[in-house]
Design a binder for this molecule. Structure first.
Ligand code: PLP
Length: 380
């Protein structure tokens, strides 16, 4: 869909994209300045494989301030993005046939990265009925002989669902009792609209910390997707094994990006608050617009910048003689006849939905919704 949207744009079509996976804001200027200073100071050589101490210390400080969890440098690994952190983890953790429970809808990259390590992604389906969240019972029932870990991504891509602190505590309890690791992907933690804060499983107790790997990065909170800095915090043995994997593959993440990330983590946080406020009003615009369209419905997401809309009522309807049967066909229809790019839910393991990103301006949201509404009204 993204490729076709690009083609149509190149042909001069007026396409509105709801497919972005990154904030539409620029990287804050003080972060850019820190990168320029790093270049000028000669920080342009190899660094220690697992990251410079200054960045490790900034991460340790961040995790202490935000979650009251104490880590040492040996428990931190800086990698080339949160995706790389997850990849290293799978390579270090999984033996052939080991299972990782992946709640669906899931971020597209989890199952392939597990498979690349010869592991198996055990998909645990969640629905609107539980707010797209795993329950302690569904988690427990999914645990088998070969289960090594569960992925908890809160707030979630693609649903925006976020776990409350008591829900996280219950998940952690099941994980501790069954010796299952929690892979806690917290990359969207700052883009959260609730009154409280996102709670990390690692902060629940010492036992929970011992079985949790926190994954995070600077991509989403600081609009730094292109800088490629992510990190993992977890048990020393696992971090050490992940560091060895990284040592023989990419070595250190880019030195300049590491220095820019020190500034991101230690500098002012006002831009995050501003961005989150804006995202919240866009979310409201998107959700109310979508729920106003007959045949489309969606929950109000708690965080991230995506809406996961149920479009299954539109399946079976026809456009110019062609029946729409699934999320790919619906996404193609929206692109070709409404000029709006969305991501089919099948990519996230849920064919009844499509994902719409609101990392775009209010006008695009309003125009895009109107175009979808008009196109859907032409279905018969
Ligand atoms: N985790 C989730 C759920 C994501 O959506 C993404 C990016 O889209 C990432 C991790 C990784 O981001 P990055 O590799 O840019 O740090």
């Amino acid at each position: 869909v993204t490729a076709r949207a690009k083609e149509l744009k190149a042909e001069g079509a007026d396409i509105i994209s709801f497919s972005a996976g990154e904030p539409d804001f620029d990287t804050p200027k003080e972060i850019k300045r820190a990168a320029i200073q790093a270049i000028e100071a000669g920080h342009t050589k190899y660094t220690p494989v697992g990251g410079i101490n200054e960045l490790k210390d900034a991460i340790i400080e961040k995790l202490k301030i935000d979650h009251n969890i104490a880590y040492t440098r040996e428990e931190i690994l800086v990698s080339c993005g949160g995706k790389h952190s997850f990849y290293n983890l799978c390579q270090a953790l999984l033996n052939p046939g080991d299972e990782v429970i992946v709640p669906s809808p899931y971020w597209v990259s989890y199952p392939p990265m597990i498979q690349l390590a010869d592991g198996e992604a055990k998909i645990l389906t969640t629905t609107e009925a539980t707010g797209f969240k795993v329950t302690p019972k569904s988690f427990k029932d999914a645990i088998g002989e070969r289960t090594r870990a569960i992925v908890i991504n809160s707030p979630s891509n693609p649903t925006g669902a976020a776990y409350t602190s008591s829900e996280i505590a219950e998940i952690a309890k099941v994980a501790v009792e069954n010796e299952v690791l929690i892979i806690s992907d917290e990359i969207y933690e700052n883009i959260y609209y609730g009154d409280d804060k996102i709670v990390s499983a690692a902060s629940i107790s010492e036992e929970a910390k011992a079985i949790t790997i926190v994954l995070n990065g600077v991509s989403k909170a600081y609009s730094m997707t292109g800088w490629r800095i992510g990190y993992a915090a977890g048990p020393k043995e696992l971090i050490s094994a992940m560091t060895r994997v990284q040592s023989q593959s990419t070595s250190n993440p880019a030195s300049v990006s590491q220095w820019a990330s020190v500034e991101a983590l230690k500098g002012p946080k006002d831009k995050i608050d501003k961005m989150t406020k804006l995202f919240k009003s866009r979310r409201d615009l998107m959700v109310s617009g979508l729920n106003d369209i007959e045949g489309i419905k969606c929950l109000v997401p708690d965080g991230a910048f995506y809406v996961f809309a149920d479009v299954s009522e539109l399946y079976g309807k026809k456009f110019e003689g062609n029946t729409i049967n699934n999320s790919i066909e619906l996404s193609k229809f929206l692109l070709e006849s409404a000029g709006v790019a969305v991501v089919p839910g099948s990519a996230f393991g849920d064919d009844d939905h499509v994902r719409l990103s609101y990392a775009c301006g209010d006008d695009d949201i309003k125009n895009g919704i109107n175009k979808i509404k008009e196109a859907v009204s032409r279905l018969s």
